[in-house]
Design a protein around this ligand. Sequence first.
Ligand code: SAH
Length: 200
Amino acid sequence: MEGIRIKGIKDDRVLAAIGKVPRHLFMDSSFLDFAYKDQAFPIGAGQTISQPLTVAIQTQLLQVERFEKILEIGTGSGYQAAVLLEMGATVYTIERQRELYLKAQLILPQIGYNPKLFYGDGYKGLPTYGPFDKIIITAGAPVIPEDLLSQLKVGGRMVVPMGPREKQTMYVLVKTSETEYYKEGHGTFVFVPMLKGLDK
Ligand code: SAH
């Protein structure tokens, strides 16, 4: 916690939420000793739980406010969704790996977190539930997911790591009208890829 504060996370609400969510409950038991280290770890199906600093950076860039409707792409372990719920948002989250979707569906309600969980292809978003105040993508996108941009409210923000497989730039896209947005880059990261279609 102190570690990520030192690394430039200034939003106290983000730090408080990360301090409250028990990260070890989202990890495989073989990695429990490492739950509070600032590292990414396997969560099954070849995927990883993002390192706390990455979760903190994405969450801070999203500028979460209470009661906002947020769409997350890439539920994974459910940890990022729990952090957003802890900040008072309403969370919709999509996962394309059935095994991870089922695991998240089991664990989250047990520890008091109730996002709306969907098994599906995040590239398509959730047109019937939108538009969203904010959208957070937790996998590396090769291009801007246009369908998601159309499900963002005017004035809304999308935080998306974008670029080739080896390394992505963290972008914040701010939608300024139905047809326009601007984007800001916030450093480089390496995420697992955002893939098309469903797994299994
Ligand atoms: N937010 C997660 C991080 C998981 S890693 C956490 O807190 O643990 C990224 C996740 O994105 C993986 O689980 C991967 O399966 C998922 N993913 C990749 N492409 C996707 C897509 N098109 N739609 C939905 N999920 C996707």
